[in-house]
Every structure is written in structure tokens, then in C-alpha cells.
Design a protein around this ligand. Sequence first.
Ligand code: SAM
Length: 225
Amino acid sequence: MQFDVFTLFPEVFQPYLDSSILQRARENGLIHVDLHNIRDWTTDKHHITDDTPYGGGGGMVMKAPPIFNAVEAVLGAPPCCPLIYLSPQGRTFTTAVARELALLPRIGLLCGRYEGVDERVIEHLVTDQISIGDFVVTGGELPAMIIIDAVTRFIPGALGDPQGAMNDSFTNGLLEYPHYTRPEEYRGWRVPPELLSGNHALIARWRKEQALARTKAKRPDLLKK
Ligand code: SAM
């Protein structure tokens, strides 16, 4: 799967892309992430990408021309794939959205900064808007990274354990069961005996019960769904 990220701060992505599961997925050719600096598509001598808002008020707004130039140069006009604007005003990112995106061969991710982008970008270029939750962060880079990470987990072969993402919280509508590892006893706290029994049916039943109990306690809204 190909991710094309449009950003003013491409340098913030690299350390995370070069670590762990994302690094392995890139090395194995399961994902490609191309970072495009919007500033490279400015046409003025000072490479200006933002300006003051019409109507006054504080903050700056990302200008439309460099964004259109960047996206059309990379994805074509009209864009050859969905262009997602990371926005607190978008639809909320969930496991279902991650799975939906993981089926696509290519997506563009547009990261805002300052007060966001000129509304004409949203009206005439963007095809989808996604929010990572009801709060505001400084830029779209972390939200884009979260989407790349969560989507990659649903690409077959990206996780060491092929069933890994299927047992994760939310994938089957429940929170995941608790995990333990060595030592068997720590400060007097013991690992639940079911997990030490070697009885696979018993372990599976215990995990299912735990998943249900903690979903009921922590996220009863999931059970209602
Ligand atoms: N003025 C905007 C508003 O109130 O809707 C918020 C702008 S925010 C400081 C700058 C950028 O960060 C946004 O353009 C967006 O790309 C990104 N961003 C902030 N919060 C986000 C969220 N919850 N989900 C996705 N992107 C977000």
C-alpha cells in the first residue's frame, strides 16, 4: 500500500517510520511512505505557505496554491486516489475506518498546521476528512502517523503474528483480555492459574470471559453496539 503524505514538516515522520513494525513493513515492500514537503511547490521567492485569514483574527491559514500544486503534481488532477485531510472536524478514526483504508492500494494524507488549510482545498481537492478524536493537536503529522500505523497493522504480513490484529481491542467489538509474561510470581502477585494450565480450551474460555468482563466494566458502549 502506498501512502503519500503532504506536510510542512516531513522530518518528524522518519524516526517513527524507521522503527519496529513500520520499518519491517517498509523493508518487506508491504507499505511505501512518500513524504512531500508542500513548501517545495511554492512559486514565490520566499516559499511562503501560509497567510493571515480574510476577515481578521489571530493565527495563520495554509494557502491553497502550494497544496493544489503539490497534490496535483504527485497524485494527478483529479487525484488518482482518496486525499484525506487530517482534521478535528472529520469523521472519527476507528478500527473500522483503519480496516476500510487498508483495502485501498494508495491514499494521500494532507497535514494541516496553524488554523488549518484554506477552505477551498477542502471543498475542491480533499475527498475525505478524518479526526483522531475530539481534541486539537498542533498539526496533522501525528494524526497521519497514527493512521499509517493503525492501517499497516491490517495489511496481511505486517505483524509477526498473523492473528495479532484480529485479537486486538475493538477488532471483534471487545477490549482485549489481559496479558502476563515471566516471572510467574512477582512481589507475591501470581499469574492467573488458567494461563499456566496448558489447557488451550480453558485458556481460550478464560480470555473470552476476561475480554467480556473488562469491556463491560470499561466500555459498556461497545457491548451495546
Ligand atoms: N483551527 C482548527 C479547528 O479548530 O478546527 C484546528 C487547527 S490545528 C491547530 C492544526 C492542524 O492539526 C489541523 O489543520 C489538522 O490537520 C491537525 N489536527 C488537529 N487536531 C486534529 C485531530 N483531532 N484530528 C486530526 N487532525 C488534527
